[in-house]
Design a protein around this ligand. Structure first.
Ligand code: ADP
Length: 587
C-alpha cells in the first residue's frame, strides 16, 4: 500500500540526544551505502501510516485511516505509547515483519532441529527474538534408532543455535536474542544449569529452567524427584530437588543465569489449551507463546499520565488520559497483526488464530517520582495493582469493542474465554510487560516497571556508544529544593544513588530511590503486583548489589513462586564482565 500523504501541518517530533543516536543507528531507513535517508518525522509517519491503513480493510470501522494515522503519529511522537522495535523498524517497508516475540518448536530429530535453526535465522534477520524449549530432545548418550549411535543431547544443539545467531546480525546492528528452556525433569538438567558458568558462553541466549509444581513441592519436602526421558516417557533416574535448586541458585548468583519459569502456572493461564501446551517464552521471558506463535508488543509511558491535582497540589494519575491511550494502543496493536508479514506460513496461521497482543507499560519509576511515592513502599505496590488492573480492564474492553467491529479471534469459542462466556474478544491476550530496553531510550523514560538503575549514569549502548543520562524528574526536584549544582551531579553520576548523601533533604532521599537502594523483596512485590493483572508475563530483573548472598537469591527464587510470579531473573552487580547499564565512567 502506498504511504498516506504526510499532512502539511504535521509537527516535527522532539527527540532527545540519546534517541537521536539510537534511531539513526537502527530505525531510520538507510540506502544500500548505509546512508540514512529518512528523517525521524518521516519514520514515525511511515509507521503511523502503515498501521492506520489496515483500518481500511474493516468495513464496520467508523475510523478513517488518514485521521487515525494522525492520531497514531501524535501518540508516538508525544512518547505516550511506542510499539516494539520491529514495528518501528519495518512497518511500511519491504521487510514488513513487525513482531518482537516468537517461539519455535525444536523436534527430536536432525531435520526438526535444523529447521528451527533456519527459522530462527529468518526471524532474527527481521529484528524478532526467538524462544525455544529443548525439552523434547533426547538426553545425551541415548540411543539414536536410525544409526545405532548415541545422541549428543540438548546442550550440543544449543551451541549450534548460539553460533548461528552470532553470524546473523539483525538489520546490520541488532544481534539476535534467544531464550532456551529446559524442563527440570529432563535427564540433562544439571549440564544445562551449568551451561553458562564460563563467562561469554552461549552469549546469545538467556537460559531458564522450566520448573513444575511437582518439583517445587519436592524442594519444599526435601524429596527426590524423577528424571524422565522425553523420547520414551520412562523414568531414568532421580535427583534431590533441594540439591538441584541449590545449584541453580549458586549459578544464578555467579552469573545471573539461569533464570526460572513456572511452567504449570504459565499453562494455567494459557487461553487456548486446545491448541497445545506452552513450553517456552520469548527471550526476555515476558511473553509465553505456543510453538510457532508470535506476538507484537507495545508500551504506554506512564510517566506521561501524571496530572497535577486541581488545586495545583495533590498529584494524581490522569485516568481519563490513560484510558484514551489504552484504547488507541489496542487498536494500533491489533492492526499491527494484520500489517505484519511473518517469515513462515505456520506462524501466519498461528498468529491468525489467537491474535495475541501485549500492551504494557514503561515509565513506572518516573510516574512514582512525580507522585512522590517511593518505589519501595506498600503505597507503590498498591498503586501498581490499581494501575495494571485498569490497564488490563480497559485493554480488554477495547479488544471487545474491536471484536464487535471486526469479529472475535478465530479460536475464541474453544478458548478459556469462550468456555467461560467472557467475551467475545478480538485478542486471546492483551497485556504483557516488556523490558522496553530501546523503547525507553527513545521515549526518554524509565524502563518497564523497573526502578531507576541510577539517578545519573553512563549508558553503554550498541556495543560502543556511551551516553550520559540524568533523570529529568530528579533534576527538577533538586532545582525545586534549591539543591542543584553541577558539582553535585558529578558526584551523583559516580555512585548513582543519593541514599548516603546526608546533606540532601530527607524527602528527596526517601522518594528518589534506585534499584540498588531497594531491598530485593520490593522488586518482587512490585513484579507480583503487576503480574496479578497481566495476561502474559512481566519482564523484571531483581537487581542485587555485589554483596548479595546465595541465601538472598534462594529467597528471591522461592518468594517469586510464593507470590505468584511466572518466573524471575536476578542480576548481581558486577557478576558479568559486560553490563548494559553501569555507574561511574562506563569502562
Ligand atoms: P524494544 O525496547 O527494543 O522494543 P524490549 O527490550 O522491550 O525491546 O524487548 C522486547 C522483546 O523484543 C524481547 O523479549 C525479545 O523478544 C525482543 N528483542 C529485544 N532485543 C532483541 C534483540 N537484540 N534481538 C532480537 N530480539 C530482541
Amino acid at each position: 500500500m502506498p504511504e498516506l500523504k504526510m499532512p502539511a501541518n504535521l509537527p516535527d517530533p522532539i527527540i532527545n540526544e540519546n534517541a537521536k543516536i539510537v534511531l539513526q543507528r537502527r530505525y531510520q531507513r538507510k540506502d544500500t551505502e548505509g546512508v540514512v535517508y529518512e528523517t525521524v518525522k518521516e519514520m514515525f509517519w511511515r509507521v503511523a501510516s502503515a498501521i492506520a491503513q489496515e483500518e481500511g480493510k474493516y468495513k464496520e470501522s467508523s475510523v478513517k485511516p488518514a485521521a487515525l494515522a494522525r492520531e497514531f503519529y501524535d501518540l508516538m511522537t508525544s512518547y505516550r505509547f511506542l510499539p516494539n522495535s520491529p514495528t518501528l523498524m519495518n512497518a511500511g517497508t519491504d521487510i514488513g515483519q513487525l513482531a518482537a516475540c516468537f517461539v519455535l518448536p525444536v523436534a527430536d530429530d536432525i531435520e526438526g532441529i535444523f529447521d528451527a535453526v533456519k527459522h530462527a535465522a529468518m526471524i532474527h534477520k527481521s529484528g524478532g527474538g526467538t524462544g525455544f524449549s529443548f525439552s523434547r530432545l533426547r538426553a545425551k548418550d541415548s540411543v539414536v534408532g536410525s544409526t545405532g549411535g548415541v545422541a549428543s543431547g540438548p546442550l550440543s544443539f544449543l551451541r549450534i543455535f548460539n553460533c548461528a545467531t552470532e553470524q546473523i546480525k539483525q538489520g546490520g546492528t541488532r544481534r539476535g536474542a534467544n531464550m532456551g528452556i529446559l524442563r527440570v525433569d529432563h535427564p540433562d538438567i544439571m549440564e544445562f544449569i551449568k551451561a553458562k558458568e564460563r563467562d561469554g558462553e552461549l552469549n546469545n541466549f538467556n537460559l531458564s529452567i522450566g520448573l513444575t509444581e511437582q518439583f517445587m513441592q519436592a524442594v519444599n519436602d526435601r524429596a527426590e524427584y524423577d528424571l524422565v526421558a522425553p523420547n520414551t516417557g520412562k523414568t531414568v533416574g532421580t535427583l534431590n530437588a533441594r540439591e538441584v535448586f541449590n545449584i541453580l541458585v549458586q549459578k544464578a548468583w555467579e552469573s545471573g543465569d539461569p533464570g526460572i519459569v513456572f511452567l504449570d502456572r504459565i499453562n494455567r493461564d494459557n487461553p487456548t489449551p486446545s491448541l497445545g501446551e506452552i513450553e517456552s517464552t520469548n527471550p526476555c521471558g515476558e511473553q509465553p507463546l505456543l510453538p510457532y506463535e508470535a506476538c507484537n508488543l507495545g508500551s504506554i509511558n506512564l510517566g506521561k499520565c501524571f496530572a497535577k491535582g486541581k488545586n495545583g497540589k495533590d498529584s494524581e494519575i490522569d485516568w481519563d488520559e490513560l484510558k484514551r491511550i489504552i484504547h488507541l494502543s489496542v487498536r494500533f496493536l491489533d492492526n499491527v497483526i494484520d500489517a505484519s508479514v511473518y517469515p513462515l506460513d505456520q506462524i501466519t496461521e498461528m498468529v491468525g488464530k489467537n491474535r495475541k497482543i501485549g500492551l504494557g507499560v514503561m515509565g513506572w519509576a518516573d510516574l512514582l517520582y512525580q507522585l512522590k511515592v517511593p518505589y519501595n513502599s506498600q503505597t507503590a505496590v498498591d498503586l501498581a495493582e490499581r494501575v495494571m488492573k485498569y490497564v488490563q480492564a480497559e485493554a480488554r474492553s477495547a479488544s471487545k469493542q474491536l471484536a464487535k467491529e471486526r469479529g472475535e479471534f478465530p479460536t475464541y469459542a474453544e478458548s478459556t474465554f469462550g468456555k467461560a462466556n467472557l467475551g467475545p474478544y478480538r485478542n486471546a491476550t492483551t497485556t504483557t510487560i516488556a523490558p522496553t530496553g530501546t523503547l525507553s531510550i527513545i521515549a526518554g523514560c524509565s524502563s518497564g516497571v523497573e526502578p531507576l538503575f541510577a539517578l545519573s549514569f553512563v549508558r553503554n549502548v550498541m556495543d560502543n556508544d556511551k551516553l550520559v543520562e540524568t533523570n529529568p524528574f530528579f533534576e527538577a526536584a533538586l532545582k525545586e529544593a534549591d539543591a542543584y549544582s553541577g558539582k553535585l551531579m558529578e558526584e551523583i553520576a559516580k555512585v548513582g544513588s543519593i541514599r548516603k548523601m546526608d546533606h540532601l533533604p530527607e524527602h528527596l532521599r526517601h522518594v528518589f530511590v534506585t534499584s540498588m537502594d531497594i531491598e530485593p523483596i520490593w522488586h518482587l512485590k512490585m513484579q507480583a503486583a503487576f503480574q496479578k493483572f497481566t495476561d502474559n508475563a512481566v519482564s523484571k530483573t531483581v537487581n542485587l548489589p555485589n554483596s548479595a548472598t546465595k541465601e538472598d537469591i534462594w529467597d528471591i527464587y522461592w518468594k517469586a513462586y510464593e507470590y505468584g510470579c511466572k518466573g524471575v531473573t536476578v542480576y548481581r552487580d558486577g557478576s558479568k564482565t559486560s553490563q548494559v547499564l553501569c555507574t561511574g565512567d562506563g569502562d
